[in-house]
Design a protein around this ligand. Structure first.
Ligand SMILES: Nc1ncnc2c1ncn2[C@@H]1O[C@H](COP(=O)(O)OS(=O)(=O)O)[C@@H](OP(=O)(O)O)[C@H]1O
Length: 345
């Protein structure tokens, strides 16, 4: 007999009584089962709804500049939905059209999009002025997918006059190529005013807004329509962060009179093959502007929308003259800084 053998077995616990359980116990078990499966199905539908929300959650709405219109054929939020089956990756822009408001920035971007190696965000992201706190990941999400060798672009004309924009763009990449479409500051101011007038027909006249004191002829430089046109002053901010060679100045006037010529310069600046030529444009007499024979991704002719190329109100010529005098020294300085005479005088 083994040493330390097992102690004598204690009597087994009494078995539960076989046969049907008492009624309240059975009912309780059933109730627990029903409750359990109810909870399980609730949890499953919660998880499915959550996943669907993550999959379809719309990015925060993108503010579109007043008077700004989306690219043709794009929905109200042109960043949404994302392009189905888009190939390539979303990248931060390597080139940005930073200004100027009413310079012809939409025309330039629409024309550039015809190039197979250019992909651009449809609306204005306003990242470096209004949405900077959302972060670069948010910004990148707004960009279209690009393949290797393609250039990602966006345009937001207010960057040019935003104090913080040069440092912020440089922090993203100091190699970012910058494009500024400039236009005679007097016509630009009238264009700016025309846009505001189209939304608020009750605003004072252009003439009265121009002056701090009409008798002395003192110009109100705090009025943004006037302020934006002091290009030399705004450019100084950019030159603290970017060499002049990294900024291309496009003539807003030539973009209308010779779009292919200006697009040639832009393609060279971006290191692109000169694919957009005069064959891509025709002059639309009704619109009074050059239009594309074929828009990007379409076989149809395409002119810019009604908000581009508005009829300006007629302005007192004395006021126009006074404004020309006001801008002259700033224009001269700007020609000197850019090494280019834009011929506004
Ligand atoms: N091809 C073509 N078609 C239509 N319009 C053209 C074109 N090229 C340049 N422009 C000029 O673009 C001006 C509007 O400039 P922006 O697009 O920079 O305006 S905005 O700042 O984005 O609101 C717009 O200004 P307004 O004429 O005052 O409406 C046009 O003169």
């Amino acid at each position: 007999m083994a040493r330390g053998g097992a102690p004598p077995a204690s009597p087994p616990p009494p078995l539960p009584p076989s046969g049907p359980e008492p009624l309240p116990r059975r009912a309780l078990r059933k109730l627990l089962l029903v409750l359990g499966s109810l909870l399980m199905s609730l949890y499953a539908s919660y998880c499915l709804a959550g996943a669907a929300h993550v999959l379809t959650r719309e990015p925060a709405p993108i503010p579109v500049a007043p008077g700004e219109e989306a690219a043709p054929g794009t929905p109200r939020n042109p960043f949404w939905p994302p392009q189905p089956g888009g190939e390539g990756d979303k990248r931060l822009p390597q080139a940005v059209i930073i200004g100027v408001k009413k310079g012809g920035t939409r025309a330039l971007l629409e024309f550039l999009r015809v190039h197979p190696d250019v992909r651009a965000a449809g609306a204005e992201p306003h990242f470096f002025d209004r949405n900077y706190e959302r972060g670069l990941t948010w910004y990148r999400e707004l960009m279209p997918r690009t393949l290797d060798g393609q250039i990602t672009m966006e345009k937001t004309p207010s960057y040019f006059v935003t104090k913080e924009a040069p440092a912020r763009i440089s922090a993203m990449s100091k190699d970012t190529k910058l494009i500024v479409v400039v236009r005679d500051p007097v016509t630009r101011a009238i264009s700016d005013y025309t846009q505001t007038l189209s939304k608020k027909p009750d605003i004072p006249t252009f003439e009265s807004l121009t002056f701090k004191n009409r008798t002395t002829g003192l110009i109100d430089t705090s009025w943004s329509a006037i302020q934006i046109g002091i290009y030399a002053k705004h450019l100084e901010n950019w030159l603290l962060y970017f060499p002049i060679g990294q900024i291309l100045f496009v003539s807003g006037e030539r973009l209308i009179s010779d779009p292919a010529g200006e697009l040639g310069r832009v393609q060279d600046f971006l290191g692109l093959k000169r694919i957009i030529t005069d064959k891509h444009f025709y002059f639309n007499k009704t619109k009074g502007f050059p239009c594309l024979k074929k828009a990007e991704g379409s076989s149809k002719p395409h002119c810019l929308g009604k908000t581009k190329g508005r009829t300006h109100p007629s302005i007192d010529q004395k006021v126009v003259q006074r404004l020309r005098e006001f801008y002259r020294p700033f224009n001269m300085k700007f020609y000197q800084m850019t090494g280019h005479d834009f011929g506004w005088d």
